[in-house]
Design a protein around this ligand. Sequence first.
Ligand SMILES: Cc1ncc(COP(=O)(O)O)c(C=O)c1O
Length: 362
Amino acid sequence: MGIARKPVLGIKPYIPGKPIEEVKRELGIEGDIIKLASNENPLGPSPRATEAVKSMLKSLHLYPDDTSYYLKNKLSEHLNIPVDYIITGNGSCELIHLVAKACINPGEKVVLSKPTFIMGKIESQIFEAELVEIPVKNNRHDIDAIIDALDNKTKLLYIDNPNNPLGSMLTADELDRVVKSLPENTLLIVDEAYREYITREDFPETIDYVRKGLNVIVLRTFSKIYGLAGLRVGYGIARPEIINILHRVRLPFNVNSIAQKAAIAALDDTEHIERSRKLVEEGKSFFYKEFEKMGIYYIPSEANFVTIKLEMDAKEINSKLMKKGIIARPLNPYGLKNYLRVTIGTLEENAKFIDALKEIIT
Ligand SMILES: Cc1ncc(COP(=O)(O)O)c(C=O)c1O
């Protein structure tokens, strides 16, 4: 087709987890559906965020605050970093887009793992980067190979920590090795979408690299533990020179007014955050035990999901699960045909998932 730019034709669109309504429509299911496909918080949003949303309903005729003033100030306090080190986005996905848009000249290299969260790859293709995909080793980012791949043509290095879809993480020492190997004009994007679930002490304090003035941008989101995926709000932390170039390429009013208000409220609800974290810890222990009993290989995870390896095509298993009212995430689009990623749900949802899986594979 002559209309599209050439690189656009080579892009495979992002495939999100199937929405509940779509599965109901397609399969004619009447009852409840359990969605364990998109690493959302099964407890829902914080009640404080819900109240904040309600408080905004009468001002929907007004444009949002383009600068996210109050949200950025709240984050600045929360992270103990000046406000001009922070940019908010329409989910952290938008921030990956802005970095790619602001930084990549055609033909420059983008280094990332295979598999990794897929938006880094898609954005690299849009902006005609040379994509360098480094296969993971033992289900973890292969930092030796990543470091070997870096050169002065490398504009971006994208690392999701923990990795989606594997759930494994880099330790502070490992990330330190990567940072020390960064070429002068390479920007390291560390995507910490699952940061708030981490309980390990050896997880890196990535923001310290930003404080030191290095070429590092840290991405975080309100879509996961804060339970606000539907509102689309995330943020990036980098030194002001980097934040300023991102502002040049973003659309006005990229974070809507409801999202800004709800995110502020969610950040303060430590009780909801703690409850969410605990639920995930309990859910993972339950899954691990059940998978072991069933002889299913799983990858221990630091995030709110677990990836398992099955004896058959995960897409088929997922179709069968959907017929039983459960949506999980087959990893075929990541080139992992027999792998299925399952989000930790409520204890009841987890038990239903295990029962359904048992029925399908035995
Ligand atoms: C590593 C990673 N980054 C970013 C995102 C997307 O986050 P957001 O909803 O903030 O765009 C996800 C969602 O699954 C993710 O796994």
